[in-house]
Design a binder for this molecule. Sequence first.
Ligand SMILES: Cc1cc2nc3c(=O)[nH]c(=O)nc-3n(C[C@H](O)[C@H](O)[C@H](O)COP(=O)(O)OP(=O)(O)OC[C@H]3O[C@@H](n4cnc5c(N)ncnc54)[C@H](O)[C@@H]3O)c2cc1C
Length: 479
Amino acid sequence: MPHVDRPALIRRLQSIVGEPYVLHRPDDLLVYEQDAIMVNRHLPDVVVLPDGAEQVAAVVRLAREAGLPVVPRGAGTGLSGGAIPERGGVVVALTRMTRVLELDPEGRTAVVEPGLVNAEFTTMLARWNLFFAPDPGSQVASTIGGNVANNSGGPHCLAYGVTGNHVLGLEVVLADGTVAWVGSRGWDAPGYDLAGVLTGSEGTLGIITKIAVRLLRRREAVRTLLAIYETMDAACAATSAIIATGIVPEALEIIDGVTMRAVNRTLHAGFPEDAEAALLVEVEGVTDAVPAVMERIEALCRAGGARRVQTAASAEERQNLWKGRKHAYGSLGVLARNAIMLDVCAPRSRLVEAMRAVAEAGRRWDVRISNFFHAGDGNLHPNLLFDFEPTDPQFARVVGATEDIMRACVRLGGTITGEHGVGIEKREYLPWLFSADDLAAMRRVKDAFDPQGVLNPDKIFPTGRPVHGAPAPAGGDTA
Ligand SMILES: Cc1cc2nc3c(=O)[nH]c(=O)nc-3n(C[C@H](O)[C@H](O)[C@H](O)COP(=O)(O)OP(=O)(O)OC[C@H]3O[C@@H](n4cnc5c(N)ncnc54)[C@H](O)[C@@H]3O)c2cc1C
């Protein structure tokens, strides 16, 4: 921390947000030292929990005056280290701001505060037969502010689009402490799409304090099937075949055998014990149309070598399948003490090659990998499992495997992050995709919003520091 009179700073923060909402004792700060990435951590100097944009703005002005960085934070479920206060400073946790401020069920729009938990919002909307489409696997915990800041996806974003497709406008606190609206509450906004710029900016351009969203009406009918395969190749080829027909299911996920067995051990989800991959497919629509689409998908699954195709016969069976998918990450705890959930993309026509590269990286670096992912989007999530600490020299093998996988995806025409953001985790790899000129252009956007680098400094842009603090793995190719 720069030379700051800490007790005085704490008193001034308390006068803004109230004494109980300023955390400064070491035990309280511990909760905020990391997000779900698990392998990076850094304590903040102080955490504030404001209630409203004016309080956020006053905190930003004070931190700026004190020369301290400000790191916005939702639920801390991010998987790229975006909410980690790497340089200390002030963490602004938005989790007290959970109100639905406006709701227009007929017009299908709402204005919500950023700390509202995604799943709680959708549960609340059920009485109007509406829902908020972005459904990250973390939706029972992650906040809508965090979803917007990371432009999050989710299983059903295949058909509905990622968070940015559902954001109409934002209220943001800018780096100089002013409060501004970007976008609108209506269906279109004139001028530059600044809400689009702020969406996915990972807390580096502004702190989101209100979000105007569009809502969707629940479809009449929904059908879910699980197609079971002997090999990952076959499941990937079936996915590519479904996509090639032009059918867009609402969700098209792959879960591998390692994951299914782990989920069975924790949730008794009833996944097959002896299969190497399964496709979880969901189709929604009007009652008369859904069975025909489902039949075509089932035929494609069987033609692709599915050993068995089981359709959920009841809402309970459907929920059980999704529970298994959405709790997959937590279930990995039965396999290893630590995991890195990598987020990469490959063209959907090249899934077989991409997943072979994932398996090859695991073999080459002797790292166990489990997979469950948004196959229909070509968005892979290899989970690298390990039992040592990230400070152990062996961790270089894990980094080596992640780098091989990312390189393979780039080579195939994909990219190094699909939805989890760049944060700390991917920033050193951006030059694999962007030229120095590209990065300088992005830097000018950051500078236009935050010339002094107050907001979430060092995120997204390469720093030249080792990834996760690990030494560079020996023996990797250069990108
Ligand atoms: C089990 C599991 C499953 C997941 N599944 C998915 C998935 O399917 N799809 C997906 O996209 N992600 C997924 N994630 C990643 C993560 O949950 C999402 O990125 C989520 O949107 C983060 O929300 P959060 O509230 O936890 O944000 P945080 O982790 O607290 O913050 C994330 C980033 O947003 C910034 N931020 C947070 N709030 C604000 C705000 N109000 N204003 C400005 N910046 C802000 C932070 O600075 C940080 O950079 C998963 C994570 C886990 C642990």
